[in-house]
Design a protein around this ligand. Structure first.
Ligand code: ATP
Ligand code: MG
Length: 478
């Protein structure tokens, strides 16, 4: 356990201990109140059982027949004692019985008779207890009835002809009861404490596992394997999936930003000398001296043009490239470039299928949209080396417009899929690897998302989501 955890366990345990002790104390108080009521009920019951006149008659009878108190008491007891035996529901810690005023002694005692309490006690010791003319509840230390223990008692005088002839009494051994309650409380606290420790340990275990999973996940991110990471805690999977997606997006954007900044700074510088070289090449190609090298000059110029085109595409990655955002009809943009796409497709024996549905306007830069569609369609056509159909589909989904470009080509391997959008990533002999990087950049600047779904030898589907005009957040203002 770490130091922090020990602290937490101690604080929680202490808190629980205080709470449990307080709970037991309240229960203890309530229990004493219940006992007080019980004592009063017992004395009331006794008086009802032996009414005052019957009690008086019995005592007088004993007084007449037996002159000696040592004989009178057992004799009176014999008559009264059986009456006490019906009180079977009285707890063990309570003694009850009758006290006769004439004899100044206890004459009957339940639940078990102790003869020494009848005759063997100095009457002076009972005086304090039976010195009331009204029913009385009190606490007595050094109780004779409970052999010196502290008791809670209730005494009820028995009146006959306005005179007190005796008392019904009930005494609870408080010390015994307290010890019993205390041991019960200790048991409850011990069980509670044990449960608490078990619960804390279970939490601790879950926490450690959780921590371990997060550490492994962080390691997977560093190694670039966040996507493949499988958590042993299923509840964590969607969160980790989301984090891995976001991390991947951030890494991709980071790479794009670096390349974009590079492009912005060197693009123009390289283009200017190239324009000069191209101009001179064109000029020289027309000279008589180079008549025989005409083909070479054409090749050099076309290579210059290709290089220039690459730089142009590269420049579109630049972060600060200006864009003209307006409300556009994506279907219209697609329709406008269809002839260009068809001619590309024909050359590769492919077929383009349009499935354009009514969609709301999107806030977009028309040139960027054209370039996005062109790059994706070209990739699709290039992947369908044996021909096939490339489908361009638009539709509305909630407050977004979906542009789906689906081919029946070779598909993208998992290795390439992971790095898709990274500049200069290409599997083609003559490819530059900039097309998709530009696409990702364009979609990002339109505050949209791009998703890829690819199956080897079955084809690839790119899905671009763009916000409808009212919900758009323009990244061009960034
Ligand atoms: N529709 C697709 N089907 C199969 N593979 C694809 C598809 N789109 C992209 N790829 C893979 O992704 C790689 C990168 O694509 P990207 O368009 O960025 O570059 P490229 O096409 O190779 O070169 P260029 O810069 O000329 O476009 C491709 O080389 C290809 O392996
Ligand atoms: Mg491409």
């Amino acid at each position: 356990m770490t130091r922090l955890n020990i602290k937490i366990v101690c604080i929680i345990s202490l808190f629980m201990l205080i709470l449990m002790t307080y709970g037991q104390w309240v229960a203890f108080q309530e229990r004493e109140n219940e006992y007080a009521i019980q004592l009063s009920t017992i004395t009331d019951f006794l008086i009802r059982k032996i009414p005052a006149d019957q009690f008086t008659a019995l005592m007088q009878e004993q007084a007449i027949t037996e002159r000696n108190i040592k004989k009178q008491l057992p004799s009176a007891n014999q008559k009264l004692q059986p009456e006490l035996e019906h009180l079977i529901l009285v707890p063990q810690m309570i003694k009850y019985g009758f006290y006769a005023q004439d004899f100044q002694r206890i004459v009957a005692l339940g639940p078990e008779l102790d003869r020494s309490l009848l005759t063997g006690v100095d009457p002076a010791l009972f005086r304090e207890l039976f010195a009331t003319d009204v029913p009385k509840l009190g606490v007595q230390k050094n109780s004779v009835i409970w052999y010196g223990a502290t008791t809670l008692y209730h005494v009820r005088p028995i009146y006959a002809n306005g005179q007190i002839v005796g008392y019904a009494f009930a005494c609870l051994n408080l010390e015994g009861t307290r010890t019993e309650l205390l041991s019960k409380a200790m048991q409850t606290i011990a069980v509670g404490f044990f449960i608490l420790i078990v619960v804390i340990m279970l939490f601790q275990e879950a926490f450690i596992q959780f921590k371990r999973e997060l550490e492994l996940f962080a390691e997977a991110i560093v190694k670039g394997r966040a996507r493949q990471f499988e958590s042993k805690i299923p509840e964590l999977t969607p969160i980790l999936q989301y984090i891995s997606d976001q991390t991947e997006n951030m890494t991709r954007l980071d790479r794009l930003n670096i390349v974009g900044e590079m492009a912005a700074s060197i693009g123009h510088e390289v283009r200017n000398p190239m324009t000069t070289v191209r101009g001179f090449l064109q000029y020289l190609s027309k000279k008589k001296e180079f008549k025989n090298a005409h083909e070479h000059f054409d090749l050099m110029i076309s290579e210059m043009d290709r290089a220039n085109q690459i730089i142009s595409e590269f420049l579109s990655l630049a972060k600060n490239k200006s864009m003209d955002f307006q409300d556009r009809d994506l279907n219209q943009i697609i329709t406008d470039i269809v002839p260009l796409l068809q001619s590309d497709a024909l050359r590769s024996c492919c077929h383009i299928e349009l499935d354009l549905n009514p969609i709301p306007l999107v806030r977009a830069d028309a040139n960027s949209m054209r370039q996005l569609i062109l790059n994706l369609v070209r990739n699709g056509i290039e992947a369908m080396t044996h021909g096939g159909t490339l489908r361009i589909h638009t539709t509305q989904h909630k407050n977004t417009v979906l542009l789906v470009i689906q081919d029946q080509g070779s598909g993208i391997s998992a290795e390439v899929l992971d790095k898709l959008g990274t500049p200069f990533l290409t599997t083609k002999e003559n490819g530059i690897g900039i097309g998709l990087a530009v696409c990702y950049r364009i979609v990002h600047r339109h505050a949209g998302t791009i998703e890829v779904d690819s199956k080897t030898d079955q084809g690839t589907t790119f899905t671009i989501r763009l916000n409808c005009c009212d919900g758009v957040t323009q990244k061009d203002k960034e």
